[in-house]
Design a binder for this molecule. Structure first.
Ligand SMILES: Cc1ncc(COP(=O)(O)O)c(C=O)c1O
Length: 506
């Protein structure tokens, strides 16, 4: 066969290995029918000479083509295009239905679900998000993560990409988290107390699956984290909101509730209450732990941003003072590294973790062990700690600039305090400004924020708003706040009584 029957454009400098370039080119020719079934390919030596490559390159290319089923080797060593080398097309087993594409409805009963509709916050492009206390993904340590992932995948991919991974999570990450929880959060944990989850959301769900039966009572903060409340409702629990003030959840009200009803679980965010950002006072912490011990109540402690405390020292978690094993502690790397990584953890007594691991295996057999191992190495090497120190400085500066701009532009309409930590500001709004109208008017100007009602477990209006200060840099936030001011002025102008023309003239 003559060489021009096999024109292969080789790029010796390119990233793609030569044998792949050769095998792909020949596969394309076979697929297009330029090389027909049964056609004989040139010998490896001949083709190597024609293409100016080493013979072993052509041998490897032919082996690749054979592995993919494009060619077959006959006794004697000659290589031929395989008899059925085209991609098999599935045979149609029913007459074509008239509509285009998949069915748009189901052919069976679909009961309404307690989970409610899926809510995905698809953010319009170019908007300014003064949004619920989320970190800036532009600050994620992408290079560190990518290097660590590559390193671990190459070294341990053969085992970690398999099925034999523990539903508790990668042992190395469990050890690293246990050390972190012990040194920085006072928990005295070992790896046996740690379960890795895909985000706090999974940890909350596994807690509910492991503990709650339909009809159980779960007390939650009345202004609180909807994603948690929805999980408890989905588990069939009766959710009872308990008021929150400047010292956190009202533990006296909780005590009163336990006198009336058998409370199974209390869900709290003691460090920076979500959404009001206040810290649960020391007296209330002790009272809550005491109540939990006396009444055998599980306390689900969601400590989602322990690392981001800017003034003074962070307050230690409830779980650091829980010898009787009432607290289920949930931490996340969402704020530390990036929300999209979906790595969080539960620290709790082993019998509960065993249940959670069993529940987890049902819905998500195992986590991404390569990612978990990579993060363990970054924690052990001190990279995570360095990253936290760097981002803490950035977020602190963003908080200060945000508060100053907010005071300047909207000081007459808002009452707020500079939060000692976290990524959000909670502000009470003067009664003359309709917060819902303000939110709508601001979104018309491309600025998005959340209002109190979105956090109210009973859905009642709340004359407050929440701004996230970490997601945007200082310049972006300043623009957002200026537009908020313009939106508020707009609303005031519209609300001002207009002189009614014409009446006197009649
Ligand atoms: C109260 C609360 N819990 C947990 C999280 C983190 O959730 P996840 O780890 O699922 O990303 C957040 C994030 O904003 C939060 O506000």
């Amino acid at each position: 066969m003559r060489a021009h029957d096999f024109p292969v454009d080789l790029d010796p400098e390119g990233d793609i290995p030569l044998f792949v370039q050769i095998s792909s080119s020949l596969a394309r020719d076979i697929a297009r029918g330029r090389l027909r079934p049964g056609a004989r390919l040139p010998g490896t030596r001949t083709l190597a000479e024609t293409l100016g490559v080493h013979r072993s390159t052509v041998v490897t290319a032919y082996a690749e083509l054979a592995a993919q089923g494009w060619v077959a080797t006959r006794p004697g060593g000659a290589t031929f295009v395989a008899a059925s080398s085209r991609d098999p097309k599935p045979r149609r087993f029913a007459p074509r239905h008239t509509g285009a594409g998949m069915a748009t409805s189901v052919g069976f009963e679909l009961e309404p679900t307690l989970a409610g509709p899926v809510q995905v916050s698809r953010l319009p492009r170019g908007g300014l998000y003064l949004w619920g206390g989320v970190p800036d993904p532009r600050l994620a340590p992408v290079d560190l993560l990518a290097r660590a992932y590559r390193r671990v995948a190459k070294r341990q991919g053969a085992t970690l990409f398999g099925y034999s991974v523990d539903p508790y999570g990668h042992e190395g990450l469990r050890r690293a988290i246990a050390r972190l929880a012990t040194s920085a959060r006072g928990l005295a944990a070992t790896a046996d107390n740690v379960l890795i989850t895909r985000g706090s959301q999974m940890a909350l769900d596994l807690s509910a699956r492991s503990l709650l039966r339909p009809g159980d009572i779960v007390a939650v903060e009345a202004l609180g984290y909807r994603n948690a409340v929805n999980v408890f409702r989905r588990a069939g629990a009766v959710v009872v909101p308990v008021r929150v003030d400047q010292h956190g959840i009202d533990v006296d009200a909780l005590v009163a509730l336990t006198r009336e009803k058998a409370v199974r679980m209390v869900y709290v965010t003691p460090h920076h209450q979500h959404p009001t950002t206040v810290t649960l006072s020391a007296t209330r912490r002790l009272a809550l732990l005491d109540l939990a011990r006396r009444e055998h109540i599980a306390v689900l402690e969601d400590d989602y941003d322990q690392e981001f405390h800017y003034d003074g020292r962070p307050v230690l978690p409830l779980a650091s003072n829980d010898p009787s094993g009432n607290v289920i502690y949930v931490g996340t790397l969402a704020k530390i590294l990036a929300p999209g990584l979906r790595i969080a953890f539960v620290v709790a007594p082993p019998p509960l973790l065993a249940r959670m691991a069993a529940e987890r295996a049902l819905i998500d057999r195992q986590g991404d062990a390569v990612l978990e191992c990579s993060i363990a190495e970054l924690i052990e090497d001190g990279d995570v700690e360095r990253h936290v120190r760097r981002t803490r400085r950035i977020y602190r500066a963003r908080r200060d600039a945000f508060c100053e701009n907010l005071e300047r532009e909207l000081g007459s309409l808002l009452r707020f305090r500079r939060p000692p930590g976290g990524m959000a500001i909670w502000a009470d709004v003067a009664p003359e400004l309709d917060v819902e109208a303000w939110q709508t008017c601001a979104s018309g100007r491309g600025v998005y924020f959340q209002i109190g009602r979105q956090f109210a477990v009973d859905g009642a209006p709340v004359q407050s708003v929440r701004f996230g200060f970490a997601f945007l840099d200082e310049k972006e936030s300043a623009t957002g706040i200026r537009r908020l001011g313009e939106a508020a002025s707009d609303l005031r102008r519209r609300a001002a009584p207009r002189a009614r023309p014409g009446r006197a003239a009649r």
